[in-house]
Design a protein around this ligand. Structure first.
Ligand SMILES: [Zn+2]
Length: 89
């Protein structure tokens, strides 16, 4: 017994900002907090999905700007989720 899985346990912490925003790892998911895109690679090397940014750089940016890339720093906190939702089309 005790093998019952809770959905919450599948949530993964964002590699960049450490918020538990990822339902699953490596799904091309973009963190709504810091905008880091999970490309399935947890290694600190340039990520093509993140404009060549490495995790170390992304974390520094998050500490400095509140986002993994400086180009997101001007996005207001209220506009973030709306912009993410309309970005694909
Ligand atoms: Zn994040």
């Amino acid at each position: 017994m005790g093998g019952r899985r809770k959905a919450a346990e599948k949530a993964s912490a964002c590699l960049c900002c450490r918020h538990r925003t990822f339902a699953e790892r490596g799904d091309g998911y973009i963190c709504p907090v810091c905008f880091w895109q999970d490309d399935g690679d947890a290694l600190d090397r340039p990520s093509a999905a993140n404009g060549g940014l490495t995790l170390a750089q992304a974390r520094r940016n998050y500490a400095a700007f509140g986002a993994c890339e400086e180009r997101f720093r001007d996005v207001g906190s209220e506009g973030r989720f709306r912009d993410i939702g309309s970005e694909g089309r």
